[in-house]
Design a protein around this ligand. Structure first.
Ligand code: FMN
Length: 391
């Protein structure tokens, strides 16, 4: 049994155990990957303020996200094709999140369906919606999420069209994987992955196949998804979907103060400061760098969450101290899942929880709610001085 002490240990195992096509799908950003890289490296620019001789007993990482109790303010982000990283991946990750007391978000582009996940868990999870051109499909999907007991809708706004990831095109990424000589040769070296995959029936996009008109098999599926992301999505449409849903609403993919103000107008319960893990607009600023400006703009009027680049509890602490009420991890939990299934996701969450708790203590704080800018050393000019901005 390998000794896991940090997220990078899970990453190394994940790389060994999962087919290259799916590893590359996770481990890449769009175009030059500048934003993807800076999501991580910008966290390193921020330092922590060490404090001593403070009573450290009875610490707590517990908090709430949109009114829901969480053991720590770290949710699992929606990640498409999670069920290709490990057989039944969405079910396993949702169960791990439930055991750890944190929210799980199911992607529209999941392999396990909404109903599958609901059947195998006992607490409500969050559902992430991509707005598709097919309104009947969108309405029916919202209805299914409601019927399954999902207690929040995470509406993703930063993927009206797809950013390009070079590796996915070169690998011919698909679910189930396309069988080419190269992909077969690679998959033959991933025995554990293959054995698990052979034992599950869940190998297609479970929320789509059999639910969207004209999509009954894998070949009709790929053309449907390529055409379906709705490029016409605007604030009126967001408002219509919010009204149709009627429940808690989290708007994901906000990276600009003006957009954050618009999000308030449609009545978002929270916004996620996010650039989709550097997978959409390459060249955009990192989430952690944009966070303070958005907190200044709307932080007193709505809950601010953030994601992008979080690989440790220290990163979580930095985001909270800069004003985020909650955070999400994407790749960090996928590394755990691909490495060791449900146990790996639980391990990833436990590594982060411990790091957050210890870091908080060494910063002289006992409660995540007390974290603030005074716990950080933020370099001068961290937000950047940009022409036409910061006026
Ligand atoms: C492999 C992969 C697939 C993703 N799929 C989705 C998705 O289906 N829906 C969505 O809203 N975001 C998706 N995202 C973005 C994540 O929800 C999240 O914003 C991002 O992973 C955060 O960055 P991190 O991976 O550095 O933690 C995906 C990210 C990755 C890495």
């Amino acid at each position: 049994m390998p000794v896991i002490t940090e997220i990078e240990d899970l990453h190394r195992l994940y790389r060994r155990r999962v087919p290259k096509m799916f590893y590359d799908y996770c481990q890449s950003g769009s175009w030059t990957e500048q934003t993807y890289r800076e999501n991580e490296t910008d966290f390193d620019l921020i330092r922590l303020r060490q404090r001593v001789a403070v009573d450290m007993e009875n610490r707590s990482t517990a908090s709430t996200m949109i009114g829901r109790d969480v053991a720590m303010p770290v949710a699992l982000a929606p990640v498409g094709l999670t069920g290709m990283q490990h057989a039944d991946g969405e079910i396993l990750a949702a169960q791990a999140a439930e055991a750890a007391g944190v929210p799980f978000t199911l992607s529209t582009m999941s392999i396990c369906s909404i109903e599958d996940v609901a059947e195998h868990t006992s607490k409500p999870f969050w559902f992430q919606l991509y707005v598709m051109r097919d309104e009947k499909f969108v309405d029916a999907t919202l209805e299914r999420a409601r019927a399954a007991g999902c207690d929040a809708l995470v509406l993703t706004l930063d993927l009206q069209i797809l950013g390009q990831r070079h590796k996915d095109l070169k690998n011919g990424l698909s679910a189930p994987p396309k069988l080419t000589p190269a992909s077969i040769a690679n998959m033959m070296t991933k025995v554990r992955w293959g054995l698990n995959m052979a034992q599950t029936k869940r190998r297609f996009f479970g929320n789509i196949v059999g639910h969207a008109d004209g999509v009954g098999d894998a070949s009709s599926l790929s053309s449907w998804t390529a055409e379906q992301f709705d490029p016409r999505l605007d604030w009126d449409k967001v408002k219509r979907i919010a009204d149709k849903w009627g429940g808690k609403l989290i708007l994901k993919g906000i990276l600009d103060a003006e957009d954050a103000r618009m999000a308030l107008q449609v009545g978002a319960d929270a916004i996620v400061v996010s650039n989709h893990g550097g997978r959409q607009l390459d060249g955009a600023l990192s989430s952690i760098r944009m966070l303070p400006e958005i907190v200044d703009e709307v932080g007193s009027r709505t809950e601010i969450h953030m994601d992008g680049g979080i690989r440790s509890g220290q990163d979580v602490l930095k985001a909270l101290a800069l004003g985020a009420r909650g955070t999400y991890i994407g790749r960090a939990f996928i590394y755990g899942l691909g490495a060791m299934g449900r146990k790996g996701v639980e391990t990833a969450l436990e590594v982060i929880r411990k790091e957050l708790d210890t870091t908080m203590a060494l910063c002289g704080e006992k409660n995540v709610h007390d974290l603030g800018p005074n716990n950080l050393l933020v370099p001068k000019g961290f937000r950047g001085e940009w022409e036409g901005r910061n006026a």
